[in-house]
Design a protein around this ligand. Structure first.
Ligand SMILES: CC(C)(COP(=O)(O)OP(=O)(O)OC[C@H]1O[C@@H](n2cnc3c(N)ncnc32)[C@H](O)[C@@H]1OP(=O)(O)O)[C@@H](O)C(=O)NCCC(=O)NCCS
Length: 308
């Protein structure tokens, strides 16, 4: 059996139907491919790998090469994000995914990628295939109503939700995110495309016309009530915008994803206003390089919008 990138309309149709069945069996107002507008787009066919059995698609996985950068935006390596991993239920347990993921490793090695990174609850399945936990993130819970929090009502500025984004806004949102030791490079064009994901809200706060905080919450079927990407000029601006998110959206509590590498003063003030605190591994990784000195991605943090 050989893998292939979808290229004909019938390939995309069969692949999307497989992913819909395996990953989104319950009805949603949008098809699964809209949740992944880069790796499941027809223009992104080189990131999509299918396996056939008896002339019918049995398995699929994405492999999306990304550049890892440091705080100074210097390139530190290349990794492959893996996602949308699925085998048709009638063909599961026959080694198809083991074969497809092993093919992806060969491709990733040829592309000189240092590691594969993915997000999944199926720890056992991936441990069997040589994946291990990587990175640390904090999950901070925020109550819907908290009189102690800096109030959105008292904010002397303007809030915006969704709408159109200027290139300047997008650049500023990327720049305001806390800079950790290692993260993924993202172009403005990629950011613009990813912001089209359904059920994604982009909250912004402006003071004197200048963007001072932004929060992305929700991402298709995933990250409901989770503020998975954010940035601000200071803690008060971020907490004020969290208060605005809590006022506008109907959730009893909100979760903020925080890189563990966040500066201590920021971390302690966010924790002080949160009602719960948990530490979790950020993702699963499989190192590929056979080089003597392999890259160390233990401090990698990938923002929610980049994960697939
Ligand atoms: C998880 C999934 C992709 C596995 O595909 P598959 O083609 O059935 O997997 P394989 O037959 O290649 O299994 C490889 C190994 O993993 C094991 N395995 C398979 N599914 C597993 C699971 N859910 N948990 C733990 N181990 C699992 C198999 O027993 C096999 O082990 P073995 O070689 O020692 O016998 C498939 O069950 C699926 O599509 N599930 C629904 C969608 C999903 O959850 N995707 C993952 C999102 S990241």
């Amino acid at each position: 059996m050989t893998y292939y990138n979808p290229s004909k309309p019938e390939h995309f149709k069969a692949r999307n139907a497989l992913l819909q069945l395996c990953m989104r069996p319950d009805p949603l107002p949008f098809p699964v491919e809209q949740e992944y507008p880069i790796v499941l787009a027809e223009q992104g066919k080189e990131f999509s790998y299918c396996l056939n059995h008896n002339n019918r698609i049995c398995s699929h996985a994405n492999l999306w090469p990304r550049t890892v950068i440091d705080r100074q935006n210097r390139e530190k390596g290349q990794i492959g994000l893996v996602g949308n991993v699925a085998t048709d239920p009638s063909m599961q347990g026959r080694g198809h995914m083991r074969e497809l993921l092993s093919n992806l490793e060969d491709i990733a090695n040829r592309q000189n990628l240092d590691a594969l990174v993915l997000w999944s609850d199926l720890d056992q399945f991936y441990h069997k295939l040589g994946y291990e936990s990587v990175g640390q993130e904090l999950h901070l819970g925020f109550a819907q109503i908290d009189p102690k929090r800096p109030s959105a009502k008292a904010f002397e500025g303007e809030f915006k939700l969704n709408g159109t984004f200027t290139e300047q806004d997008l650049g500023r949102m990327l720049q305001l995110r806390p800079q950790g030791p290692l993260t993924l490079a993202r172009s403005i064009a990629e950011f613009e495309t990813l912001l089209q994901i359904p059920w994604l809200d982009c909250f912004r706060a402006y003071r004197n016309g200048e963007l001072v905080a932004s929060i992305l919450i929700g991402k298709g079927y995933d990250m409901v009530g989770v503020m998975h990407e954010w940035g601000a000029v200071d803690q008060t601006s971020l907490l004020t915008l969290i208060d605005q998110v809590a006022t506008v959206l109907p959730y009893e509590s909100l979760m903020l994803l925080v890189p563990d590498s966040l500066e201590t003063s920021w971390k302690s003030s966010l924790i002080a206003y949160s009602e719960s605190y948990e530490k979790h591994p950020m993702a699963l990784i499989k190192y590929l390089t056979k080089k003597q000195k392999r890259e160390d991605y233990s401090s990698l943090f990938v923002w929610g919008l980049d994960s697939i």
